[in-house]
Each structure stands twice: as structure tokens, then as C-alpha cells.
Ligand binder design. Structure first.
Ligand SMILES: Cc1cc2nc3c(=O)[nH]c(=O)nc-3n(C[C@H](O)[C@H](O)[C@H](O)COP(=O)(O)OP(=O)(O)OC[C@H]3O[C@@H](n4cnc5c(N)ncnc54)[C@H](O)[C@@H]3O)c2cc1C
Length: 437
């Protein structure tokens, strides 16, 4: 019997939609992406690719290409905001490859997106630009597009990000993203401008991921583009006007907020030419990600938007796509399709919820005000061997392997064996949102 082949429509050509398109096209299905933008691209600057994601990119044969435009950080470093003193260090090079077989990387989003888009094209994925989805008929299934005819496919995947029309359609009511209380300044500085300042040289010469932790805020900095650019993200309290999620920022306001921070950070901010503020929002765990018709599922930020504090948002979306693609490769007959979407959701939901909640929990750890709790955090970081729930999650002996060793394809192999043996639990229990983990 020949394997069933489907036409899958993916809504959204972000990193998640593209990665899913690659996974599903590699499984032998036809894929069309429906994207509202009139040109392909990514906003923002840098992004971290952890080993759980680089493992999938290697499998897709893309890691070499990605590595030509990325930086491998030597260490992950947590610092005190006051003087920049190092509180905790976790090696990443060679550790990530030694422990997980795959590197930890930094890349410019535009480069990452371009590589995924090129691979999707190479695999025959077609991308319909300028198509803003307004609603979905889950049974047919059909996608309603503003000022365009409906688009039909066998399966629809909603990968339309944080403000997701697809999520709201599945829920049947409005579900705007949730405020987290924080915003981020996103900044890129030229390394050649940094080396003119003696105290910034080390940041350029030593490729590390540097985090400064301080009251109500933290800074994340790393090199991009073979070391030519320096990516800076400053997370601090959200003071954007209601309903405005992105805005050009007043540079002096930003400098004033960090005026009492490490001299190096202040020097760095003194050379910033322009920046913008981004409201950081997330979503609550959904009861279900898929429709009972068995023809629709969500993926990426559309169903698990997160604070970026564990640097795992896009990595989770890449994992989603890999799991969905690998499951669709297993399909033997049409009757299994409905089950495949249930297995997909069951494999993914618990993990992504844990990461979203873990990211929120880090907000408190990173942003402690000066005082007893901050002193205790710093004491643990400086003097204790990492233990479970250690404030440096990148060094946590339980969380780190759980996070980085995830193998989407191995998870599917295991689940499919269980399913074929008739033992995979295909029903949903009563939904109880998980508490903070
Ligand atoms: C400051 C910051 C730093 C981050 N750092 C990291 C990091 O280091 N590592 C990491 O893994 N993640 C990081 N993330 C998270 C990561 O950026 C996101 O999780 C990821 O980009 C989500 O991808 P996505 O494809 O699901 O959604 P999106 O990237 O939002 O893509 C959605 C796509 O759908 C399209 N779309 C939306 N609505 C419609 C519609 N109605 N019709 C048609 N198309 C539509 C959009 O135009 C877009 O192209 C960070 C996030 C932030 C804010």
C-alpha cells in the first residue's frame, strides 16, 4: 500500500512555519505557506540556537550553512549588574558538542530565516505572500483570506505567532497575548565601534553570552555575524502606552534606567545610535492545540508564546515542526491522520508548557532587587556546585540535560512504536493548567 500524501497549508512564514514546512516536505507531503507579509523576512537581530534546535538543523542538513553565518559562544556567563563581576559560568564550547553532540550558536535572525526559506523552496514548498488569514473552516478545511479566494488543503497548521488568528479561531473567542510586565530594548552595535573603547575589547575578543542581572531588569549580550556585530537585549519594566507593542525608543531614557549598572554596559549603551522597545508578551497554556476534525493544529508562538528568558521560543517551534514532520512521515493510511495530530499535541504540550513557565520563573531570579534574596542567589551562584533549580539554569544538572538533549525524532520513534502496539493514550484527560514548575 502506498503511503498517503497530503497537501498541508501552513499559516505563517516565521521561523516556526518555515521549519515545519521543511519537516513536513521532507516527509513527502506537499506544503504551501500562507503569509500575510508581502516580502519574506524576520524582525529583530540576534537569536540563540541551543543544542536541542541545532540537532534538528543538523538532521535537515542545514547546520553547516548555519554555522558559516553564526558564532559559537565559549561560555554562558551570569554577571552582577553593579560591577559586572562574574557570578556563574557554564562552558558551551566544547561542552555543548561534547555533552549533546550539537553546538550552541548565535545567529542573525535574517540569516537564519533566509537559510530556512531557501531550504523550503528547494524542497518545493510554495509560499503565498500578501495573504492575510481572517478565519478558518476547520471541517473542510478552508482558509479564509482577506480580499482573496479561500484556500483549501487537506491539513492546516496555524503558525501565525503571538497574535494568532488561528488560536482565536480554535478557541472560538478573542485571546489577546498576555502582558508579562516587561519590555525589551533590542539593539545591535558594530564590533568595530566597541573596540575603540578599552573596557569593551574583552566582550568582542571573547565570544560569550553575557547576562547582567539587576533590580527589575537584565541585559543579554552576544556576538553575531562572525563577530562583526554585537547583539544587546535589555529587559526592563514595560512602560509602553496601552495597545502599543513596539515603538522607537528614547535612548536617553534607556541610558538613565541603566545608569547605575556596570561601567562596561554603560559604555556599550553610550555608543548605541538607535533602538526600539518591544512589549514582551506570552500566552497561557491552551486546553488543546488541535481541532477534533483532525485537520488542524497549532504550532510555535501561536500556542506557546513565552518570555525569551530561556532563549527557547524559536527552538520550541523548530521542535514542534520536527515532531509533526516525523509523525507525518510515519503515516501509513488516512485513518491515522487524526491520531497523528493527537500524538503531536501530546508529545509537545507538556514540554513547551514547562519551558514557558520556566522562562517566567527566571524573570524573578534575574530581576531580584538588592537584598537578602539577591545575596542568597549570588552566594549560590558563586560558591555552590550546581544543583536542581540552580539559579543558573544553563548549569542546572537536571534542567540542562532535559532541555538540551531533547531529540524530536527519537521521541516520535518511541511514540509511534507505542501507538502501533495500541498503547498510546489517544484520549485527553481533564485539563488542568500546570502550576509553575
Ligand atoms: C527579545 C526576544 C529575544 C528572543 N530570543 C530568542 C532566542 O534567543 N532563541 C529562541 O529560540 N527564541 C527567541 N525568541 C523567541 C522567538 O523569536 C519566537 O519564539 C519565534 O520567532 C516564534 O516563531 P513563530 O514562527 O512561531 O512566530 P512568528 O515569528 O511570529 O511568525 C509568525 C508569522 O505568521 C505571520 N502571520 C501572522 N498573522 C497572520 C495572518 N493572519 N495571516 C497570515 N500570516 C500571518 C507573520 O507575518 C509571521 O511571518 C526571542 C523573542 C524575543 C521577543
Amino acid at each position: 500500500m502506498s503511503k498517503p500524501q497530503y497537501h498541508v497549508a501552513i499559516i505563517g512564514a516565521g521561523l516556526g512555519g518555515l521549519a515545519a514546512a521543511i519537516g513536513i516536505a521532507r516527509a513527502g507531503h506537499r506544503v504551501t505557506i500562507i503569509e500575510q507579509a508581502t516580502a519574506l523576512g524576520e524582525v529583530g537581530a540576534g537569536i540563540q540556537i541551543p543544542p536541542n534546535s541545532s540537532r534538528i538543523l543538523r538532521r535537515y542538513g542545514l547546520l553547516e550553512k548555519i554555522e558559516t553565518v553564526s558564532v559559537r559562544p565559549k561560555d554562558f556567563i551570569l554577571r552582577s549588574y553593579k560591577d559586572g563581576a562574574m557570578l556563574s559560568k557554564q562552558n558551551m564550547l566544547p561542552y555543548a558538542v561534547d555533552a549533546y553532540g550539537n553546538p550552541y550558536l548565535h545567529i542573525h535572525r535574517a540569516d537564519y530565516h533566509k537559510i530556512l526559506a531557501e531550504e523550503a523552496h528547494r524542497l518545493g514548498v510554495s509560499i503565498q505572500l500578501g495573504s492575510s488569514v481572517t478565519a478558518i473552516d476547520f471541517e473542510t478545511p478552508a482558509i479564509h483570506i482577506k480580499d482573496k479566494p479561500d484556500f483549501r488543503a487537506d491539513i492546516v497548521v496555524g503558525a501565525d505567532g503571538l497574535k494568532s488568528v488561528c488560536r482565536e479561531a480554535l478557541l472560538g473567542h478573542a485571546d489577546p497575548p498576555k502582558l508579562t510586565g516587561d519590555l525589551a530594548y533590542r539593539i545591535v552595535v558594530k564590533a568595530e565601534d566597541m573596540v575603540k573603547h578599552e573596557n569593551l575589547r574583552e566582550l568582542v575578543d571573547n565570544p560569550a553570552i553575557n547576562y547582567w542581572m539587576g533590580p527589575n531588569a537584565h541585559a543579554v549580550c552576544y556576538l553575531l555575524k562572525g563577530g562583526g556585530l554585537y547583539n544587546v537585549v535589555l529587559a526592563c519594566p514595560d512602560n509602553l502606552p496601552e495597545l502599543i507593542n513596539t515603538q522607537a525608543a528614547d535612548i536617553q531614557e534607556m541610558r538613565d534606567f541603566f545608569a547605575k549598572w556596570d561601567a562596561r554596559l554603560k559604555t556599550l549603551l553610550s555608543i548605541v545610535q538607535e533602538t526600539s522597545k518591544w512589549r514582551l508578551q506570552n500566552s497561557e497554556e491552551m486546553k488543546k492545540w488541535s481541532h477534533p476534525s483532525g485537520k488542524f493544529a497549532l504550532l510555535g508562538d501561536a500556542c506557546h508564546a513565552t518570555l525569551p528568558y530561556l532563549a527557547q521560543g524559536a527552538a520550541m517551534a523548530v521542535e514542534d515542526g520536527a515532531v509533526l514532520g516525523a509523525l507525518m512521515e510515519k503515516l501509513e493510511d488516512k485513518a491515522q491522520l487524526k491520531d497523528v495530530l493527537v500524538i503531536y499535541e501530546k508529545l509537545r504540550k507538556e514540554r513547551t508548557t514547562r519551558i514557558v513557565k520556566g522562562s517566567t520563573a527566571l524573570r524573578e531570579i534575574f530581576h531580584l532587587e538588592d537584598g537578602e534574596r539577591q545575596q542568597e542567589r549570588d552566594r549560590q551562584l558563586l560558591y555552590e556546585q550546581p544543583f536542581e533549580d540552580f539559579p543558573n539554569r544553563w548549569a542546572d544538572p537536571v534542567f540542562q540535560p532535559w532541555l538540551f538533549s531533547y531529540d524530536a525524532h527519537a521521541e516520535v520513534e518511541k511514540a509511534w512504536k507505542t501507538y502501533k502496539a495500541g498503547q498510546f493514550p489517544l484520549t485527553y484527560g481533564k485539563f488542568k493548567p500546570r502550576p509553575n514548575l
